[in-house]
Each structure stands twice: as C-alpha cells, then as structure tokens.
Write a protein that binds this ligand. Structure first.
Ligand SMILES: C[S@@+](CC[C@H](N)C(=O)[O-])C[C@H]1O[C@@H](n2cnc3c(N)ncnc32)[C@H](O)[C@@H]1O
Length: 247
C-alpha cells in the first residue's frame, strides 16, 4: 500500500511566506507582475499540489514518482523486475521508485535528453533515445533480456496539435519497438500515451505481443492532462520472432 498524499489538504500546515505566499490555507502567488499567466498558474498549482509536498517529504525528485507507484499498486510489476530500462528518465524519480521497490539486485538503465544526477544502482545516459546510437548503447548496457521497459517520455509541445500528436506517437512507437527487441519472456512494457490511449494500429500490434494490455490513468496524473498510461504484461518472445518476419 503506498502512502498517498491527502488530496483534501490545502497546505494549512505550511508556514513559509517567502515569494509572496500567503500564510495558511491555499497558497496564492501574490506578486505575479512580470510573470506570464501560464507560469503564475504553474507556480500556484505546484504550491497547492499535495503530490509535490509528498515528493519533497519522501525524497523523490519529482511528483511523477507517485504515478509509477500507483501504476505498480494496480498492476504489480516492479518487485519481480531485475533489469529495468527507464526511457525519458529525468530527473530520476521513476528510477528512484524502481530501485526502492526492486531491491539491491535490480539494475536500472535510464536515458534522457537531459543530464540526470547519479543514483546508486542506476546507469544514466544523456542521449536522444530516437537515435540508433542510443539504442545500441542501451542494448550494450542491458546485457541480456530486460524484465521491464518503462517510458515516461514526453516530447516538448509545439502548440500545433497535429504535430504534437505525431511526435508523441513516434515516441510510443520507438519505445514499443525497443521493448519488443529486448524484453524477455513474461516481460512488462509501461508507457505514457495521450488522448485516450495508443493509436489503434499500434495497439493491435502491442496486443499481439503481450498477454494483457490495459490503459490506466493513475490518480497522481493531473485530471487536466491528456496523458494516460498503457501497461502491457506477459511479453511473448515468440511474437518478437513473428513480428520480425512480417516487418
Ligand atoms: C515527464 S519527464 C519524465 C519524468 C521521469 N519519469 C521522472 O519521474 O523523473 C519526460 C522526459 O522525457 C524526456 N524525453 C523526451 N524525448 C526524449 C528522447 N527523444 N530521448 C530521451 N528522452 C526524451 C524529456 O527530456 C523529459 O525529461
């Protein structure tokens, strides 16, 4: 059972009034002059978000740690995993959760465009996952079948809906491709997807490769966000062989 932050709390217990914060009750950004409306909203949301508080108290680098904890609470895949690949790993909170729940025997290899501060038990690559070089380096580091490929990758948005949709789908596709190449029998693939789930064609392909495929939006994922997660369990190594033949 994970420690879930109290969602009804309004941060009354916090005393700081730095940066124009009000004391007690809901935090409001008082002095917003010179800030863009979007950054004021972002700041206000962060200050009133119980997951942000909980992450600070629990020592996680980001609130997204709770998304993985909630996904694992529902689908139980972390404890059995020994070799884990974390795609889009910065700043490292999913890796922190994996290392905590999987124990000392686990090995996590993470990759991101951004630099990630080191964590004991993890190897981080600062590379673009979409390049052949990144895939080759990851394959080298994994040394053998992978138990869990998890992707929280999100492309920077352009504001152009169609472009953003295509870029996001492309990330899911390369993550799935990598999972298909590297997972061992019974392996698990977890990926962030947008707007109601994976694209139908890709979903059909994923279904062929796993015994169970489910979509789930963990409570820690903001209701206003279009993201949701796909959890595919029970990888069939035989499907990797078939897919390769028909590609
Ligand atoms: C939501 S954040 C991941 C948060 C992370 N799961 C955590 O809990 O700390 C998404 C990350 O995906 C990374 N990303 C997006 N495209 C990528 C790519 N092509 N290769 C590697 N990382 C990528 C971004 O740099 C960003 O850090």
């Amino acid at each position: 059972m994970i420690k879930r932050p109290k969602l009804s709390g309004t941060g009354k217990e916090r005393k700081t009034n730095a940066s124009g914060l009000t004391r007690g009750g809901k935090f409001r950004v008082k002095n917003s002059r010179g800030r863009k409306i979007s950054s004021v909203r972002w700041l206000q949301r962060q200050l009133n978000d119980p997951y942000v508080d909980a992450a600070r108290l629990d020592g996680y680098r980001a609130r997204s740690a709770y998304k993985l904890l909630e996904l694992d609470e529902k689908f139980s895949f972390l404890k059995k995993s020994r070799v884990i690949v974390d795609l889009g790993a910065a700043p490292g909170s999913w890796t922190q959760v994996a290392l905590k729940l999987c124990g000392r025997k686990a090995r996590v290899v993470g990759i991101d465009l951004l630099e990630i501060a080191p964590l004991e038990g993890a190897t981080f690559l600062e590379m673009d996952f979409a390049t052949d070089e990144a895939e080759a380096t990851l394959l080298d580091l994994c040394r053998g079948p992978v138990d869990l490929v998890m992707s929280d990758m999100a492309a920077a948005t352009t504001g152009h809906q169609q472009t953003d949709h295509i870029r996001t789908l492309a990330l899911v596709e390369i993550a799935f491709d990598f999972a298909r190449k590297t997972l061992g029998e019974g392996g698990v693939f977890v990926t962030k997807v947008f707007r109601g789930g994976a694209d139908q064609e890709m979903l059909a392909q994923i279904r062929k490769c796993f015994t169970s495929v489910r979509h789930f939006k963990p409570p820690a994922s903001r209701s206003g966000s279009a993201e949701t997660y796909l959890v595919a369990k029970g990888f069939k190594v035989s499907s990797r062989h078939l897919e390769k033949e028909s590609d």
